[in-house]
Design a protein around this ligand. Structure first.
Ligand code: ATP
Ligand code: MG
Length: 363
């Protein structure tokens, strides 16, 4: 059997810097029995520079054929004056749309050595390991009608919160499958008390549960209460399943329970691709960070943990993913810190590549 394939799109700013460290990790795994066929291409500003478009058709074709895509970050001040259609972000959005990645997974995991970084008390977050699944292709951000219209003698801004049964069902199935690999618990969040799409959401999630996943523990919560519970007692959750709008807000809030942007990975999954693996793109939550690009200061851990998510969620290599997380945990416990991880008491930061090397040593 051929090795599974990975397409690396490092992108702009600190993207290529953090991806260089991921390449070291991929090479380490190849030396230890887990090999991938890796190819590379440009996306975002780098693709505009190289091909005159933020996502070339050939690149999109490679992404459609790959078993998983690893993305760095796109954008930067150099591209601010480009026409809307040529902006780096359009490349990323087109990629997500064409791959039809409907389940966005954002873990909020608290590494013990960083528990004091949280805006919450150590005991509230120590050991935290939750996952938010945000529906990514529908709902308030896409529903029609949308626009700014004129009604009588004033304007009205309209967005439509729209969900079909099948859109809800596929997100729910992803959440239940995910829960089976974790703590076997799903909490679904909507506003069924005031929104029709919320009523349908709750009904469909319950039906998918009862007919296909009765072994998974399911609860429902109104999203406003969910936000409160998330900052009050986040450890009560395992998988949180929610829609596009609420997921956008809840996942950002959950992220900050655990500290730096430089630590946060993400995955976006779709239907089965050409070789049976789900279509998938893995990327750090952070952007291209132009303020620190080119200085060797970026924290590569978010991007490295994104590769860890690929191991776990695309290729069912849970033990290998556990090993990578343990290596990250060890370097942090040893006190190694990139600049973004230094607290008010200061200390001496290590560089992007030193952090990558330390993780390899820990592996
Ligand atoms: P985008 O619009 O692409 O999300 P942004 O400006 O909102 O970009 P980032 O590019 O993520 O956000 O940067 C936000 C801040 O976090 C910056 O000060 C940046 O230096 C810092 N930052 C982001 N990622 C990292 C990282 N991996 N390591 C260290 N600092 C980071
Ligand atoms: Mg941003």
């Amino acid at each position: 059997m051929p090795n599974p394939s990975l397409l690396i799109l490092a992108g702009d700013g600190i993207g290529p810097e953090v991806m260089a460290e991921v390449r070291k990790v991929i090479a380490w795994y190849a030396d230890h029995g887990t090999a991938f066929d890796v190819s590379e291409d440009f996306v975002g500003g780098a693709a505009y520079d190289g091909y005159g478009t933020p996502l070339a058709d050939e690149t999109l074709a490679k992404a459609m054929a790959a078993d998983a895509v690893l993305l760095g970050a796109v954008g930067g001040p150099k591209y601010d004056t480009l026409d809307f259609a040529l902006k780096p972000e359009r490349g990323l959005l087109k990629l997500r749309k064409e791959l039809d990645l409907y389940a966005n997974l954002r873990p909020a995991q608290c590494f013990d050595a960083l528990a004091d970084f949280s805006s919450l008390k150590r005991e509230v977050v120590a050991g935290l390991d939750i996952m938010i699944l945000r529906e990514l292709t529908s709902g308030m951000y896409f529903g029609e009608p949308r626009g700014i219209f004129t009604e009588g003698n004033e304007r009205v801004g309209i967005n439509t919160h729209r969900y079909t049964e099948s859109e809800i069902a596929r997100a729910a199935r992803s959440a239940f499958q995910l829960a089976r690999q974790r703590g076997n618990k799903v909490c679904s969040m909507e506003k069924a008390n005031v929104m029709e799409a919320g009523i349908l959401w709750r009904e469909v999630v319950q039906k998918i549960h009862d007919t296909e996943f009765p072994d998974v523990q399911l609860s429902h919560m109104y999203a406003d209460n969910g936000a409160m519970q998330l900052v009050r007692a986040p450890k009560q959750f395992d998988v949180i399943l929610t829609d596009n709008l609420f997921g956008d807000i809840l996942s950002d809030a959950a992220a900050m329970l655990t500290g730096s942007l430089g630590m946060l990975p993400s995955a976006s999954l779709g239907a089965a691709g050409p070789n049976g693996y789900p279509r998938a793109m893995y990327e750090p939550v952070h952007g291209s960070a132009p303020d620190i690009a080119g200085q060797g200061k970026a924290n590569p851990i978010a991007c490295i943990l994104s590769f860890g998510m690929a191991l776990r969620y695309s290729f069912a290599l849970g033990a290998q993913a556990d090993l990578l997380e343990a290596a990250v945990n060890k370097v942090l416990a040893d006190g190694l810190r990139t600049a973004d991880l230094l607290g008010p008491e200061g200390g001496t930061p290590i560089s992007t590549s030193q952090m990558g090397d330390a993780i390899i040593a820990a592996l």
